[in-house]
Design a binder for this molecule. Structure first.
Ligand code: NAD
Length: 503
């Protein structure tokens, strides 16, 4: 890619300052609502990868040893600054991602919840103490930070997903190298600047801009002790395997294809509202979007009618003007999503509402795709089985609760699901038997609050540790168990080569 020198450059953040390579590789950043290339992004080379990791390594001992009270004070200040300036960050997100600005503000708010959690970190890394496990012997465990931790994030939540990890990692005493998505890289640098304002020592939080080369650099760097990844399933699997091969702790959250089951007793107006909100919010570019509605008959026809009525009024446009839905993130992604609609059509599905070819007057170059509704999609179609990640809602008709449950459990992903019903017994059976990590009962986007943990099952999460909550603090700390005896003449045991027993 040749450099366009007139455009602003999005840089790395290393050692407490912006670092922009002089002649290295660059990638374009777009405004999805206009299709215009608005910025150039630096892509890390080997030297910049080394510099980011070295900066985090050098900052680690000082940050680890800073008193908890001082660390807590800095995190509180970051929390206050982020809360005061969240709309500034939301506008940056909208300008590069395309989501409507109120949705971008919502993403920041959900990220803030994790900062709130991190403010209370001393309670969560306390360890334990057992007195007198043997005569005069005590055992205690302490939780220590890992060192330098790597975070690799996707395009769809450029603030919230990094915020799932770095407040917890930093609170626990680690130093961070964050590699954001190339598609919307500015939010990460904005948050780095905020950390500096909050008083975080230089080098504790670094942003490394880049592509596969930057990711592989983090996976291979000996000083990087853990990798937290969020993105598509094939890359998550690659990250999981490669990080493990290099001896790192790893959590890799992958893709999704969430199903929402509607029982005949459900309130269909509530269901239709929620199907629209969940399926088309953020143009369907959410890993917790419900992309398939399983209608347990006889509700399908009536439900479709209600969904269609609502779709007529959806406003699609530039996210800065706060319509209902914005554009997709890139032209390539828009074309990929449209390709799935082609596949569904070729496989015999009925395209009830077709978003292909949609444009916005005066902004024809934007990455538009209108909300799309598909009925009778064959279960053998790739457009049913794979993750589409766009504003496409498919309806599948089944005859029974069990048939719907079997369908959900036979999928490759297990991120989120929802059931809509007024039958408590059915809902309870659903939560018990469904093989999915996050479940909504009359709630369409069941993203857990910060003090529970976020993560799916099956191909939606590689590794056992979920994001934030207690899982987050466990992931970003390692435990030491200390067995201690302070001798006095009366308890001196003399020589004994046998395995120690407690008495
Ligand atoms: P992606 O997998 O393309 O990219 C994610 C990150 O991986 C980016 O930082 C990117 O630079 C890097 N990357 C891309 N290709 C790579 C390669 N070949 N080698 C090494 N690194 C590479 O994902 P995306 O398109 O940015 O985001 C959308 C995906 O993320 C969807 O699949 C969505 O379901 C998933 N997602 C999952 C969750 C979850 O919690 N499970 C949350 C958000 C998004």
């Amino acid at each position: 890619m040749t450099e366009n020198t007139e455009l602003p450059v999005v840089s790395h953040w290393i050692g407490g300052a912006e670092v922009s390579s002089s002649g290295g590789r660059r990638a374009p950043v777009f405004n999805p609502a206009t299709g215009a290339r608005t910025k150039d992004l630096v892509l890390a080379d080997a030297g910049e990868i080394d510099a980011a990791v070295a900066s985090a390594s050098e900052a680690f001992p000082g940050w680890r040893d800073l008193s908890m009270a001082k660390r807590q004070g800095i995190i509180f200040r970051f929390r206050e600054l982020l809360n005061a300036r969240k709309f500034e960050l939301a506008e940056i997100i909208t300008s590069e991602h395309g989501k409507v600005v109120s949705d971008a503000a919502g993403e920041v708010q959900r990220g803030l919840e994790v900062v709130d959690l991190a403010c209370g970190f001393p309670h969560l890394i306390k360890g334990g103490f057992s007195e007198n496990v043997s005569t005069g012997v005590d055992v205690y465990s302490i939780k220590q930070p890992l060192g330098v931790v790597g975070i690799i994030s996707p395009f769809n939540f450029p603030a919230m997903v990094p915020l799932w990890f770095f407040p917890v990692a930093i609170a626990a005493g680690n130093t961070v190298v964050l590699k954001p998505s190339e598609k919307d890289p500015s939010a990460a640098v904005w948050m780095a600047r905020l950390w500096k304002e909050a008083g975080l020592p230089d080098g504790v939080f670094n942003v490394l801009q880049g592509d596969k080369q930057a990711v592989d650099g983090l996976l291979e760097a000996a000083e990087v002790r853990s990798i937290s990844f969020v993105g598509s399933t094939p890359i998550a699997q690659y990250i999981y395997e490669t990080a493990a091969k290099h001896g790192k702790r790893v959590q890799a959250l992958g893709g999704a294809n969430n199903h929402m089951m509607v029982l005949p007793d459900a309130d269909l107006d509530l269901v239709a509202d929620n199907a629209i909100n969940s399926g088309f919010g953020s143009a369907g570019e959410r890993c917790m979007a419900q992309s398939v509605v399983i209608a347990v008959e006889p509700v399908a026809d009536l439900l479709i009618e209600k969904i269609r009525e609502r779709m007529v009024n959806l406003k699609v446009g530039d996210g800065r003007e706060n319509p209902d839905m914005g554009p997709l993130v890139t032209a390539a992604h828009r074309d990929r999503v449209a390709g799935y609609i082609d596949v569904a059509e070729q496989d015999g599905a009925d395209i009830l509402v077709d978003g292909r070819g949609f444009t916005v007057d005066g902004a024809e170059e934007g990455f538009w795709l209108g909300p799309t509704l598909i009925d009778n999609i064959p279960l053998t179609s790739r457009a049913y089985a794979e993750e589409i990640f766009g504003p496409v809602l498919s309806i599948v008709r089944v005859e029974s609760f069990q048939e719907g449950m079997d369908l959900i459990n036979s999928g490759q992903f297990g991120n989120g699901t929802a059931i809509f019903t007024n039958d408590g017994g059915a809902a309870r059976r659903f939560q018990n038997e469904v093989e999915v990590g996050m479940i909504g009962i009359n709630v369409p986007i069941p993203v857990p609050v910060a003090y529970h943990s976020f993560g799916g099952w099956k191909q939606s999460l590689f590794g056992s540790a979920k994001a934030y909550g207690v899982h987050g603090f466990d992931f970003f700390t390692q435990e030491k168990a200390i067995t201690s005896r302070w001798l006095d003449p009366a308890t001196h045991g003399g020589i004994n080569l046998g395995f120690p027993e407690n008495d």
